[in-house]
Design a protein around this ligand. Structure first.
Ligand SMILES: [Zn+2]
Length: 128
């Protein structure tokens, strides 16, 4: 496996999928489904490529183990649209703001899912 693959989130197949399926008038629901799609693709590609997360010592609890596998957030997906030249930066900047508002209004998490209420105290640990 190539160096850097462990933390790699955007595989070329995912960028192609994003390019093919994204359009500027997409409702947020469709955007969230596209994220689900890309996230499933990421997990499959990591599995097929036998990519495991790097082992590290947690600064919070001292546990040594693999970091949590990366996931595609809606915001990361939106930002990738400009990063990979699929949409102009100004358009993406506006979309990023709209998403932030939509997320807040609908109480959605980073992945566009409804957050359980009340929010539970989450561990600061980033490992699985
Ligand atoms: Zn920890």
């Amino acid at each position: 496996m190539a160096a850097g693959d462990a933390q790699r989130v955007w595989f070329s197949q995912m960028v192609e999928r994003l390019r093919d399926h994204w359009h500027p008038d997409m409702p947020f629901d469709a955007l969230i489904s596209l994220r689900d799609d890309l996230d499933a693709m990421l997990q499959r590609l990591r599995l097929e490529g036998d990519i495991t997360s790097p082992v590290f010592r947690c600064r919070d609890c001292g546990r040594v183990g693999p970091a949590a596998p990366p996931h595609v957030s809606v915001r990361a997906m939106v930002l990738s649209l400009s990063r990979f030249g699929i949409a102009p930066a100004e358009q993406i900047h506006a979309l990023e703001k709209q998403w932030a508002v939509h997320r807040k209004q609908n109480e959605l998490d980073l992945y566009g899912k409804r957050t359980a209420s009340p929010p539970v105290e989450r561990s600061p640990c980033t490992h699985g």
